[in-house]
Design a protein. Structure first.
Length: 213
């Protein structure tokens, strides 16, 4: 597992690309500049690790495009010390971005193969989430709720009510909603019974699946 000055150079370029595309949160940019994304991907994709694209990982899933990760993280509006629930651990890259920012992360993955790979992999890089869970993200994780933010990294056909219910007042749910194309949607819990909804353009994700098989 090597991280060299060549990788660092490519990361700095990627960071500048993201800035040009409109990412302004300096903590998000610093995290991306620091995390060895090439180590989260199959070695055959090494040459592509620092272009702004999504790539295949195990179990027919993808590591999200860096811009998407950056944008979703920015929209969460969390900082050091916050507690966040992530749905769709996947490669663990998004998890690492949040951890690098000093956020406490709970993350749920429904593909057992990926769950096991990522659970073993993250600590090797020094990343220690509060908990990685093998399970169904539609239900959220009531045991550690309420959260300062919830981020869904797969395309949701609808907005799961348990996720809204597990937000603190003032916290945001960042969720791509739609079937083939998703609209990045942010729900802010403005009071125990009220949510404000905002939309931030089109994205494409692998689907948030409803059953275990
Ligand atoms: N955050 C990841 C993105 C992975 S793609 C990364 O940075 O690499 C989305 C992930 O969501 C996939 O790993 C997929 O298996 C997972 N997923 C799909 N449906 C899910 C569900 N109902 N609950 C939890 N995870 C789910």
């Amino acid at each position: 597992m090597k991280d060299t000055f060549i990788h660092q150079g490519l990361r700095t370029k990627l960071m500048k690309t993201l800035q040009k595309k409109g990412i302004v949160n300096s903590e998000v940019l610093a995290a991306i500049n620091k995390i060895p994304r090439h180590l989260f991907m199959d070695s055959s994709f090494l040459a592509h690790a620092y272009v702004d694209k999504a790539f295949p990982i195990a179990a027919d899933q993808t590591i999200s495009q860096p811009y998407t990760v950056a944008r979703q993280t920015e929209l969460l509006e969390v900082s050091k010390g916050a507690t966040v629930l992530e749905i769709g651990t996947g490669s663990g890259y998004q998890t690492a971005v949040l951890l690098e920012m000093g956020v406490q992360v709970y993350s749920i993955e429904r593909q057992n193969e990926l769950f096991k790979i990522t659970k073993r992999f993250l600590p090797k890089l020094g990343y220690r989430p509060k908990k990685l869970i093998f399970g169904d993200g539609y239900k959220g994780l009531p045991e550690a709720a309420p959260y300062d933010g919830i981020i869904v990294t797969a395309g949701a056909p609808f907005v799961p009510n348990p996720l809204l219910a597990q937000l603190k007042v003032g916290a945001k749910l960042v969720i791509p909603v739609g079937d083939t194309v998703q609209i990045m949607t942010v729900f802010t819990r403005t009071s125990p019974t009220n949510f404000e909804k905002e939309e931030f353009g089109e994205f494409r994700f692998v689907p948030l699946l409803e059953d275990k098989n």
